[in-house]
Write a protein that binds this ligand. Structure first.
Ligand code: NAP
Length: 458
């Protein structure tokens, strides 16, 4: 095949890969089509990887095959094994690898000492900087979430140190671009960027880590896009831009749903220094599964609110079995999902989809909130912060201003949890002390099983 044909095949394949990325992402916007979307985007990525082998002048095929084989096997095995609740740290790790790969591409370009011209020089350096920050920052985020390093390191002058590192990187970057330097300056540049990623992330509390991971995801996308320009590689430009844009939007959405501004996440150290909020008074009133079974079986409308505890208990299958029994009895039953219920965006939707819950009875917070007033029962399974009314009423609470599900407006509220454990934010939940609230203590899966028996026995 001549060179022209080969270039045409490469260009067409990249175009197809780009179309697959964009359509895949579009399909991921709905749980109904999300699985298919991931497959489409995966095929696009596979195509973009294979076509790399056709590049004119490409060498080191064996090394490429070994790297792809190693990476593929590790990703396949870890992806199969990871628990749903460990997904955020897995994403942090993969994302860090993406940033590291972009930084490595920049390093190869910069160490070569080639004159890239001003624009490409700036892009290479920017991509290298952002990629390196994302790499080391994501690794710290992974370590924190995995529990390797739970302590949050803060010291006086931390922000000044970060600023000094940023400015030093900038100065070295300018020297690299203007002097086309390779060698030591490039090494110093990457050292500074990597250290900045670490020092930026260590002071951030565990509570804000998912937002930070999402931000680094956006960084990685941006870094890949910049390096794509340097390499003149359309697949990298498009994939990087798509990831950068999606990551930025997700970061914004998560920060909003958790009621944090991005500046607050990055510079305030939430999670370690949270306020306690006002003390909640009153008592929690227990109930048993038989009574809850009767209450739900004879209700007109029941809204189910799943939370992190349902994921821990892996109760989704039993919850769906219970739902089906109630539907058969004519109960109008819907699932109410808060945008940050669980530990990652879409966590509850994924679990419910896995259990086979049809999408048309799953509602987002803004769609369902007006229905709580007409609900006979709000059944809360392992959710806590996302139904805490202090977010509306107590300005001193760390979650004040966070949008919540209006479970407290329901005629009866039943809360399934194991004991007195707090939610992610670590604060008391005023909902548990209301007159219409009853506590059904136990592991989510066991309690759902008891409720099934209770409804069946009626
Ligand atoms: P949550 O506030 O973390 O509360 C979970 C509750 O589940 C706990 O109070 C716990 O009480 C209970 N639980 C734990 N294991 C259980 C089991 N086996 N069976 C039954 N209950 C169990 O959960 P949430 O209401 O879903 O709120 C999510 C929180 O995570 C929010 O604060 C959100 O901002 C934060 N967050 C979310 C994301 C995201 O993207 N989704 C990311 C980062 C942070 P017991 O110990 O008494 O059982």
């Amino acid at each position: 095949m001549n060179m022209l044909n080969m270039t045409l095949i490469i260009d067409l394949s990249y175009f197809l890969a780009a179309v697959l990325f964009i359509f895949g992402l579009k399909r991921m916007s709905s749980p109904v089509t999300a699985r298919g979307g991931i497959v489409w985007a995966g095929v696009g990525m596979g195509l973009a990887t294979i076509v790399t082998f056709l590049f004119p002048g490409m060498t080191n095929y064996l090394l490429m095959v070994i790297a792809i084989g190693l990476g593929g096997v590790i990703a396949w095995v870890s992806g199969k094994k990871v628990a749903m609740t460990d997904m955020p740290q897995m994403i942090a790790l993969y994302n860090g690898m993406g940033g590291g790969a972009a930084a490595a591409i920049a390093a190869v370009e910069l160490f070569s000492g080639k004159d890239h011209g001003l624009t490409f020089g700036i892009l290479a350096v920017l991509g290298g900087f952002i990629g390196a920050v994302s790499f080391s920052g994501s690794l710290v985020a992974f370590a924190k979430l995995q529990g390797f390093k739970n302590t949050t390191l803060r010291f006086k002058g931390q922000q000044m140190l970060n600023l000094a590192l940023l400015l030093s990187s900038l100065v070295v970057a300018v020297m690299i671009i203007t002097q086309h330097s390779s060698g030591n300056l490039v090494s110093i540049f990457f050292m500074l960027s990597l250290v900045l990623g670490v020092t930026m992330t260590v002071p951030i509390g565990g509570a804000d880590m998912p937002v930070v991971i999402s931000l680094y995801n956006a960084f990685t996308g941006l870094a890949v896009a910049f390096e794509g320009f340097v390499q003149q590689n359309p697949a990298m430009i498009i994939a990087g831009t798509v990831v950068g844009a999606a990551g930025s939007l997700l970061t914004q959405l998560m920060a909003k749903a958790m009621n944090r501004s991005l500046a607050h996440v990055l510079f305030s150290g939430f999670g370690e220094t949270i306020a306690e909020g006002q003390e909640v008074t009153g008592s929690m009133k227990p109930i048993d599964a038989t009574d809850v079974g009767v209450m739900m079986a004879f209700a007109n409308k029941v809204l189910i609110i799943p939370g992190y505890g349902m994921a821990v208990a892996q109760a989704q299958h039993k919850v769906w079995e219970l739902t089906q029994l109630l539907i058969e009895r004519g109960v109008d039953i819907k699932f109410a999902i808060h945008p940050v219920a669980g530990r990652m965006p879409g966590h509850m939707n994924v679990l419910l989809a896995e259990a086979g819950v049809p999408y048309d009875i799953i509602y987002d917070e803004n769609e369902i909130n007006s229905e709580f007033e007409s609900a006979d029962v709000a059944l809360i399974i392992g959710a806590n912060d996302v139904v805490n009314p202090v977010a509306r009423t107590d300005p001193s609470s760390p979650i004040y201003g966070m949008p919540i599900l209006n479970a407290d407006y329901a005629k009866n509220v039943v809360v399934v949890k194991r004991g007195q454990g707090a939610g992610f934010s670590g604060i008391e939940n005023a909902l548990f002390f209301l007159d219409q609230t009853r506590m059904l203590y136990g592991d989510g899966q066991e309690v759902a099983g008891e409720l099934i028996q209770a409804v069946k026995s009626l």
